[in-house]
Design a protein around this ligand. Structure first.
Ligand code: PRE
Length: 108
């Protein structure tokens, strides 16, 4: 059985793969930290929308976010992937906001 961790170098696993995976682990840690902050901001947005009686879904805003993140990507070849990632992020943001609403409805 192979019990070597995926980030450990072995004679079969080139050093470059190990180094690249360690870099991905570090970046993932930063991305998760940033996404947690984004969810915090979404909580605030949701509170503001609830007060103003606005729906969770805002197509115009989502289009703006998608265009903006695509423009921010310095690599034109990955822009379409960046848009796709953000479509998922915003879908999860809406589901999280639905959870917040459901939690409010059961406690009030
Ligand atoms: O900006 C908003 O109105 C949000 O609810 C946040 C957000 C997002 O995650 O960026 C999520 C849902 C909306 O459809 C648009 C954007």
């Amino acid at each position: 059985m192979n019990v070597t961790k995926s980030t450990e170098s072995t004679s079969e696993q080139p050093k470059m793969l190990t180094v690249a995976r360690q870099r991905i682990n570090t970046l993932d840690q930063q991305i998760v930290g940033l996404l947690a902050q984004r969810f915090d901001a979404v909580t605030m947005v949701n509170e503001a929308k609830r007060t103003a009686n606005l729906p969770v879904m805002d197509h115009g805003r989502e289009d703006q976010v998608l265009d903006r993140v695509a423009q921010l990507d310095p690599n034109p070849a990955t822009r379409k992937y960046m848009r796709d990632i953000y479509q998922h992020i915003m879908r999860n943001s809406r589901e999280y906001q639905d959870d917040l609403t459901a939690a409010r409805d059961t406690t009030h």
